[in-house]
Design a binder for this molecule. Structure first.
Ligand code: KG4
Ligand code: ZN
Length: 333
């Protein structure tokens, strides 16, 4: 079969990214310009600043990706882009860039769902073996997804309130650790006993998740300790929060895996980079028949290579978009 080369653009949050990928597997280039240093100063992503920085960076990022792949946009088969979900202003920049390229070079456009792209990122390191279950844990999403094949997408369970990454970032802010909080809590909690008692989410008996009670539980705990004049030990609080959040995630994932026979269980999204989550996955599946896929850190966080892989699967289905489609911040699958 003829090679399929996809150029993809991602700009849903605070990374401006462009990648060129062959056959959904071989990365020819993968450029990510992160805005983290700017948002760090504010303790979180400022949407208005994010979109302005995307406007400044996107052309150079695309140019670099094309140069690194040592080709012309003429040589690619389609232009894939993240249509949503994400920040509206940020998404717009990537959508417009993709449309401009598709128009100028007469290429088909492929709109991609950001969360699907996180799942498809795993195809860069292994072959996806359907049916599969993916635990999607990021700054904007917490979902347990069942995929019978590459085109189907069933959300078995999802967060009823905040995303897990959001909770990590919030707790990190309470502890004054900086943004993004996930990796900071991950490091701080390493090897520490979770000794503080925090409220457990009340989602028993479903595959759904919840993190807002835990998030406010942390705030209340810190307040209570202050009022009593007692010191909060940041590392113990980080470990206690992480233990409660990850127990919730693992309990629900195992419930789903027991009910749905699958070949693979994949992690996806920024929180998949978490070292404790990866440890718990390995322990939970050590004696089970399902293969687990723990993507390397570079393919957990936002990038455009994952959008190109999802674009490749969509290309095979001829699932092309139109120039009338615009960014959709709350795009459903
Ligand atoms: O997927 P992603 O890059 O962006 C979204 O689509 O949301 O995920 C970003 C989230 C942030 O909340 C960040 O704190 C979290 O992933 N994160 C982590 C780790 N690395 C990134 N959370 C826990 N442990 C980590 N090591
Ligand atoms: Zn993401």
């Amino acid at each position: 079969m003829k090679d399929v080369i996809i150029l993809a653009i991602e700009s849903s949050c605070d990374e401006s990214a462009c990648a060129i990928v062959k056959n959904g597997k071989e990365i020819l280039s993968n450029v990510v310009a992160t805005q983290i240093e700017v948002h760090e100063k504010f303790g979180g992503v400022l949407p208005e600043v994010a979109s302005r920085l995307h406007v400044e960076k996107i052309s150079a990022v695309i140019e670099e990706a094309v140069e690194k792949a040592n080709m012309s946009v003429d040589d690619v088969d389609a232009i894939a882009y993240t249509r949503g979900p994400g920040l509206i202003g940020s998404l717009h920049v990537g959508v417009q860039a993709a449309k401009t390229l598709a128009w100028a070079y007469k290429k088909p456009l492929i709109p991609i769902h950001h969360i699907k792209a996180h799942i498809f990122a795993n195809n860069l390191i292994t072959d996806l073996k359907f049916p599969l279950i993916s635990l999607v844990v990021s700054g904007g999403h917490s979902e347990i997804v069942y995929m019978k094949d590459a085109d189907s997408y069933d959300i078995l369970g999802q967060t009823q309130d905040d995303a897990i990454g959001e909770a990590y970032d919030k707790v990190a802010r309470v502890l004054d650790l900086g943004y993004p909080g996930g990796p900071k809590i991950d490091n701080l909690a390493k090897g520490i006993e979770p000794q503080y008692t925090l409220p457990k989410p009340k989602t028993e008996g479903t595959y759904d998740l919840s993190f807002s009670g835990l998030k406010s539980g942390v705030l209340q705990f810190v307040d209570r300790m202050k009022r009593k004049g007692e010191e909060v030990e940041p590392a113990i609080l980080a470990a206690s929060f992480q233990d409660t959040a990850l127990s919730e995630v693992m309990d629900k994932l195992m419930l789903a895996v027991d009910d749905y026979p699958v070949n693979q269980v994949l992690l996806a999204g920024g929180v998949a980079a978490n070292s404790e989550l990866r440890k718990r996955m390995e322990a939970a599946f050590a004696n089970r028949k399902e293969e687990i896929v723990l993507p390397p850190l570079w393919c957990c966080t936002d990038n455009a290579a994952m959008v190109a892989v999802a674009g490749y699967f969509a290309y095979k289905q001829q699932a092309f978009g139109t120039f009338e489609q615009s960014a959709k911040p709350s795009l459903r699958v």
